[in-house]
Design a protein around this ligand. Structure first.
Ligand SMILES: [Zn+2]
Length: 446
C-alpha cells in the first residue's frame, strides 16, 4: 500500500485539505483528511507506506488529454504564420509520409513523456500514420512500455490525399481491436478516427462507427475546425458538417467532435440532443487562427466538453495545465464575462468530462475504487505562493514544470520531477538526430 500526503486534494465535489490517499495496486483504496486518521489506524498501511509526498503538494486526478497527435513532436515549429490547409499540405503530410517505424516510436515516446510532464495520464492519440501495422504497433508497444493510458484512435480517410482502400481500413481495425483493445491491464484501447467528414466517404463513416460501437469504442473526428472546411462539406452535401454527420447516423454519446469551432445554432442543439462530446483545443485554435469554439454556450446547452492540446505541431506543446489556463482565458475574452469557465469547471473539462467522453467512470476522479491515476503539483514555487484559492492556483498559476509526481495504474512514472521509466537525456539526443534526418528526407529542409 502506498500512502500519498498533500496539503490539498481535488476530489470530484470538493477540495480535501491535509489529504491522505491510500493506493492499493492499481486502485485508490481510501482518501481521508488528516483530521480523521483512518489510514494511520490501518497497521498494514503504516507498515508498507512509501512514496510519501510532502504536504507542500496538491493532488489532482491525472488529466485526460482528449485530443493529440503524438508523432507531431517531430513537426514542431512549422505552424507559425500558416493557415490550416497550407500547413497540412506543404509540411505535415510530407513529414508524416516520410516517417519510419523508428521515427514514429521515438516521436511518440517523446510526446508521451511530454504529456506526462504536463499532467496528463490519459491520452487520446489520433494517430494519422497507419502507414503499416508496424507503425501502429510501435506506438502501442511504446505506450505499454512507458505505462501511459492510451486511446489510439486509428486515423483514416478513404478520399483525397493519402486515401486508403476501405477494406484495408476495416481489416486493420479488426486486427487492432483483436490484438490491442483492452490490453496492458486495460490501459490501451482502440478508437475509430475518421480524419474529417470531407475526406471520408459516407459509407465508411457508417461502417467504421458501427464497428467501433460493437467494441464499445468511441469515434473521434475533426469537425468544423475552420470556415473553409464547413464550406467544403456544405458545397458537396448541402449540409453543414454536424448536420451531415447526423444525417449519416454517426452522432451519439460515443462521438467526439474535435474542435467544433464553427457551429450553427442548430448544430449546437444537435450536439446536445445526441450527447456528443466536443473536444476543445484552445492552443491549436489560436495558433492556426481557426477561431474559438463556443464552449460556454455548449456547456450551457448540456453538451459534454472535454479538453485537448491537439498535436505538438499545432500547439506547440502537450501541457494540459496550460490548456486549462488557455481555455479559461478564451472563454473570458470571447464572452466578455469574468465569471465564464471558473477554475472548477475548467478542471472538470480536463478530468471528469474526458472520462465521460470515453464512457469510463474510474478515471478522471480521485475517489475510493477509482484507478490510481494521480498527479501531484509542487506548490512551493515563487509563481504560486502564497495561495489564495488552490483551484485558481492550479489553473492560473501552475505550469507543466510544476508537475512533481505522476502515477498511472498505481505505478510511479515521475517522482521528484524525474522520469522513472526511461533515460530522458538519451531520448532527447536520439530525437534531435532523428527529426533532423526526417526533415531532410521529406524535402522540408535542404
Ligand atoms: Zn487534431
Amino acid at each position: 500500500m502506498h500512502i500519498l500526503r498533500a496539503a490539498w486534494l481535488v476530489a470530484p465535489d470538493r477540495l480535501v485539505a491535509d489529504a491522505r490517499v491510500a493506493i492499493d495496486g492499481d486502485r485508490i483504496a481510501a482518501i481521508e483528511s488528516d483530521a480523521t486518521h483512518r489510514i494511520d489506524n490501518d497497521p498494514a498501511a503504516s507498515l508498507h507506506s512509501q512514496n510519501r509526498i510532502s504536504p507542500s503538494k496538491i493532488l489532482l486526478p491525472g488529466l485526460i488529454n482528449a485530443h493529440t497527435h503524438l508523432e507531431q513532436t517531430f513537426m514542431r515549429g512549422y505552424s507559425a504564420n500558416r493557415a490550416l490547409l497550407d500547413w497540412l499540405k506543404n509540411y505535415i503530410w510530407k513529414l508524416q509520409a516520410a516517417m519510419t517505424v523508428e521515427d514514429v516510436r521515438l516521436a511518440c515516446m517523446l510526446g508521451m513523456i511530454e504529456a506526462l510532464r504536463g499532467g496528463a495520464t490519459t491520452i487520446i492519440h489520433h494517430f494519422k500514420l497507419p502507414i503499416s501495422p508496424a507503425h501502429t504497433d510501435a506506438v502501442l508497444q511504446t505506450a505499454e512500455q512507458i505505462g501511459v493510458r492510451l486511446v489510439l484512435a486509428r486515423a483514416w480517410n478513404d478520399r483525397g490525399a493519402h486515401a486508403e482502400p476501405p477494406q484495408a481500413i476495416l481489416d486493420d481495425f479488426e486486427r487492432l481491436f483483436t490484438e490491442w483493445h483492452g490490453s496492458a491491464n486495460g490501459r490501451i484501447t482502440i478508437a475509430n478516427g475518421p480524419i474529417t467528414p470531407w475526406r471520408c466517404s459516407p459509407e465508411m463513416l457508417r461502417r467504421t462507427t458501427e464497428l467501433a460501437r460493437r467494441h464499445g469504442a468511441p469515434t473521434v473526428c475533426h469537425v468544423s475546425e475552420t470556415q473553409d472546411e464547413v464550406a467544403l462539406t456544405l458545397e458537396e452535401t448541402g449540409h453543414r458538417p454536424i448536420e451531415w454527420l447526423d444525417e449519416l447516423g454517426v452522432l451519439g454519446p460515443d462521438f467526439h467532435a474535435i474542435h467544433g469551432v464553427w457551429l450553427s445554432d442548430r448544430e449546437c442543439e444537435m450536439l446536445a440532443q445526441r450527447g456528443v462530446t466536443v473536444v476543445h483545443c484552445p492552443a491549436a485554435n489560436m495558433i492556426l487562427a481557426s477561431g474559438v469554439a463556443p464552449v460556454t454556450d455548449l456547456l450551457r446547452r448540456g453538451v459534454n466538453v472535454a479538453l485537448g492540446t491537439d498535436g505538438p505541431a499545432s500547439n506547440d506543446g502537450q501541457d494540459m495545465i496550460e490548456a486549462m489556463r488557455l481555455a479559461a482565458y478564451l472563454a473570458r475574452v470571447t464572452t466578455l464575462d469574468a465569471q465564464a469557465l471558473p477554475p472548477r469547471q475548467v478542471i472538470d473539462l480536463a478530468t471528469t468530462n474526458g472520462a465521460r467522453a470515453l464512457a469510463v467512470a474510474n478515471i478522471g476522479r480521485l475517489q475510493p475504487g477509482a484507478k490510481a491515476d494521480v498527479v501531484a503539483l509542487d506548490l512551493n514555487a515563487v509563481h504560486i505562493q502564497p495561495i489564495g484559492d488552490p483551484l485558481a492556483s492550479i489553473v492560473y498559476n501552475a505550469r507543466g514544470s510544476d508537475v512533481d509526481t505522476v502515477i498511472i495504474d498505481g505505478r510511479v512514472l515521475i517522482a521528484d520531477k524525474r522520469v522513472q521509466v526511461i533515460d530522458e537525456a538519451a531520448l532527447l539526443d536520439e530525437c534531435r538526430d532523428r527529426a533532423a534526418h526526417l526533415a531532410r528526407r521529406a524535402g522540408i529542409v535542404p
